[in-house]
Design a protein. Structure first.
Length: 95
């Protein structure tokens, strides 16, 4: 066969269909998600687990322990005594 005959044969040739056994059975999305995996390096996983453990060990105030502060709880200062603090700079030390 020459090149022209091979080109003509190539245009008329149809690929056979794949056998049904080659196609995987269709699975629902949640089964695909459940069967999936993600690779994580061990040091990264160890740091994440450590961070979670430290975060859970920190005590958090409960709803009953919160202190309620109202503006009516504030009282005015009985006496104001202003104090003036002068800063000594280099020019004042020389005089």
């Amino acid at each position: 066969m020459n090149d022209d005959e091979l080109r003509q044969l190539l245009h008329t040739w149809k690929a056979p269909a794949a056998p049904p056994g080659l196609r995987p059975p269709s699975r629902p999305w949640y089964a695909t998600l459940w069967g999936s995996s993600v690779r994580i390096p061990v040091p990264v996983l160890a740091l994440v687990v450590l961070a979670i453990l430290v975060f859970q060990a920190i005590p958090r105030p409960s709803q009953t322990q919160r202190l309620e502060v109202r503006l009516s709880d504030f009282q005015p200062v009985p006496e104001v005594k202003p104090v003036v603090i002068r800063r000594i700079n280099n020019n004042d030390q020389n005089n």
